[in-house]
Design a protein around this ligand. Structure first.
Ligand code: FAD
Length: 479
């Protein structure tokens, strides 16, 4: 007798390889129908523009892959529960599978759907989501959550039980055809205007793109990861973050691939372990998000509730558009706008500049990143912004204020990064590149720069802004 199909509800796990829920659903060659619902839940945060662009391409790639293997990906919009019930009815099945997600609004939604389906007699199977360790599986000696990364990382290494990478099914048995929306009708790709050229040039969303990137990284840049990962002008990091966010590759598969390469002596061990520790920062962010679900909206350290943030629309717009007059900050913000991604070192510098030099609330920066990053992530974005602002768990102390001039000089000494993203100051000598306002008039003339016209004068004075930030911090320090 032919088996009824299983339904696999996809969310942030847009892949066929190393997908635990798919592995269970497709056991014994059982037919699987893939479902993706563009959810319409008011408690869930709307995806930003760059994430919508990525999702569009990722679903296109996945649909193609599933279709090539004889299966179907059903796209629906609206209430996931209604659609799952209707599709299950049409397929005469009662088995639904998914991989877990960890943001509070997602967990609550999944809980509601799970119990409703169970009340209706469904079998619902949920599997571990895209983390190395589920957030509740790792705890301090006294049973609480970790708040500091280093002991978390130690504990993770001792307790991790990576699974062998699960292979993707080679084909899917045919099933009754189910009505699907057209991806085009979802309008995820930007129009009027279409600002996505830079994203198209920079990325190949989808599972194949993820594995290509990992292989390329293991064949090349990982060797120098430890000493070059802070240099924004070179491709020294993996750029796997958006693929991880959308679950086009699993953290487990990256862990297994890298540790196998270490064991086989194929990569520099010290550099590869450093890379794995960065991957673990992502897990730590999820650990924090799970245990402190208000992390994306509220200060982890409540004393920051009294911090005298400034409302300064003009300064916020200058920051967003890469026109602060500080080249390393502006280069980062323009890289973000053009490609949907920014180098980690520069993310730290621009976030420090917004929260400390401009005294603008970290939430305004987190919102902008949410809209513009292709890797915008509930856990990583919130945890990282709070880390830089000083309000987070295991955060950089507030008084450690990045100097945008010396950061530029240290991490972009030849100015390649700044010249790439700010062509209007490209002709300036290295000596002045990170502080054009200090350049003598003759140097500015030679480079064709008119400060305040072709490139902005600094919107704040570094030393004055630093003093102001420290004074603001003094007001809450004792709390
Ligand atoms: C203000 C700010 C906001 C950020 N917002 C996000 C975000 O929305 N989404 C996001 O994925 N990352 C975010 N990060 C973390 C980090 O900048 C990116 O993960 C990293 O730059 C991605 O590039 P990569 O894949 O080449 O990293 P690699 O250096 O190759 O690292 C491999 C993977 O490890 C994880 N990782 C690396 N560094 C960190 C870190 N500091 N914190 C958490 N995970 C890390 C990422 O998943 C990354 O893909 C933010 C950092 C800052 C300072």
């Amino acid at each position: 007798m032919s088996q009824s199909p299983a339904i696999l509800w996809l969310r942030d796990d847009l892949r066929l390889r190393d997908n635990p829920a798919l592995h269970l659903a497709a056991r014994n060659d059982r037919p699987v129908v893939f479902v993706y619902v563009l959810e319409d839940v008011s408690s869930q945060r709307d995806r930003g523009g760059a994430s919508n662009w990525w999702l569009d391409k990722s679903l296109t790639a996945l649909k193609q892959e599933i279709t090539n293997k004889g299966g179907q990906l059903v796209l629906r919009r609206g209430d996931a529960l209604l659609h799952l019930r209707e599709i299950a009815d049409a397929l005469a099945t009662q088995d639904v599978f998914w991989n877990r997600r960890y943001a509070e609004a997602h967990r609550e939604q999944d809980e509601i759907i799970k119990s409703s389906l169970k009340d209706d007699g469904f079998n619902v199977t949920s599997c571990p989501g895209n983390v190395l360790m589920e957030p509740w599986k790792i705890s301090t000696k006294d049973g609480g959550p970790y708040r500091v990364f280093t002991p978390y990382w130690k504990s993770l290494q001792n307790s991790i039980e990576p699974r062998q990478i699960l292979t993707a099914p080679s084909e899917f048995a045919p099933t009754k055809s189910i009505r699907s929306d057209s991806l085009k009708d979802w309008g995820l790709h930007p129009t009027k205007p279409d600002w996505s050229d830079g994203l198209n040039d920079a990325w190949t969303p989808g599972e194949a793109g993820a594995w290509d990137r990992l292989s390329e990284f293991l064949d090349g840049a990982i060797a120098d990861y430890s000493n070059k990962r802070d240099i924004p002008s070179i491709d020294a990091t993996s750029r796997l973050s958006p693929y991880l966010h959308f679950g086009e590759i699993s953290a487990n598969a990256i862990w297994m691939t890298v540790t196998s390469a270490i064991e086989a002596g194929e990569v520099n061990e010290q550099a590869a372990r450093k890379f794995l520790s960065e991957l673990a920062w992502r897990d730590f962010s999820y650990h924090l998000l799970y245990h402190y679900p208000t992390l994306p909206n509220e200060n982890y350290q409540s004393k920051f509730d009294r911090f005298p943030w400034r409302d300064d629309e003009a300064a916020l717009i200058a920051w967003q558009s890469g026109k602060t007059g500080y080249p390393i900050v502006d280069a980062g913000m323009r890289q973000l706008w053009a490609t949907g991604w920014m180098h980690n070192r520069v993310r730290m510098v621009v976030a420090s500049f917004l929260t400390k030099h401009l005294l603008i609330h970290w939430k305004a920066g987190e919102d902008w990143f949410w809209d513009t990053l292709v890797d915008a992530d509930h856990a990583n974005n919130a945890a990282s912004w709070q880390w830089v602002a000083g309000s987070g768990a295991d955060a950089a102390p507030f008084f450690r204020i990045f100097n945008p001039i010396t950061q530029g000089e240290k991490f972009d000494p030849d100015g390649d990064y700044v010249r790439r993203w700010i062509p209007e100051i490209a002709e300036l000598d290295n000596k002045w590149l990170h502080s054009p306002w200090n350049a003598p008039q003759s140097a500015l003339d030679r480079a064709g720069i008119v400060l305040g016209q072709t490139y902005p004068k600094p919107i704040v004075d570094h030393s004055g802004a630093r003093e102001r930030a420290l004074e603001a911090y003094n007001q809450i320090k004792s709390g």
